[in-house]
Design a protein around this ligand. Structure first.
Ligand SMILES: [Zn+2]
Length: 165
């Protein structure tokens, strides 16, 4: 299912299990935030097809964290540069989209990142519309999650784009 968020940003959500995928067309690049799980592969490809996006033309994939339901389809995007969350920090620069602000938000997982683009917060599995991500998984930390949520409270955004809806 495709939801248009802005003229150049789309949210893809799936009936099958798997994270949402966000498609951004910015600076003449096609950028995905997260890639969802294998179970959602068919729906992902269908949605991209509807948006007239060839997977080979995707330039960049930025991951919120490394859980399988967010990363399993990265192999479909053979020409994409992958930005792995464990290699990013708040002063990293994603050169294809330098205006993207990186927010370290450990808690759900050690490497969790949120991304702020203008007034849109891509929150991965840290913050959902009606709750927060699990902190009972290996690599989770309830204490870190509390700190990360406090950090997010101080950020000005109008639109929340979480990893699951
Ligand atoms: Zn997760």
């Amino acid at each position: 299912m495709i939801n248009q968020i802005k003229s150049n940003i789309w949210q893809l959500c799936f009936h099958s299990f798997g994270s949402c995928v966000y498609v951004l067309k910015i600076n003449n690049k096609i950028i995905l935030i997260d890639a969802s799980s294998k179970t959602a592969q068919k729906e992902l490809l269908n949605d991209l097809n509807k948006l007239k996006i060839n997977p080979k033309k995707v330039n960049v994939i930025i991951l919120t964290h490394n859980h399988y339901d967010h990363i399993e389809n990265i192999h479909l995007f053979t020409n994409a540069k992958i930005y792995s969350p464990e290699n990013l920090n708040e002063s990293s620069n994603i050169k294809e989209i330098p205006e993207l602000k990186i927010i370290s938000a450990p808690g759900h997982s050690q490497e969790s990142k949120c991304y702020l683009y203008k007034n849109i917060l891509f929150s991965g599995d840290v913050l959902f519309h009606n709750g927060i991500g699990r902190t009972d998984l290996p690599g989770s930390s309830e204490l870190q999650m509390k700190k990360s949520l406090k950090k997010l409270q101080k950020i000005n955004y109008d639109i929340l784009c979480p990893g699951h809806v």
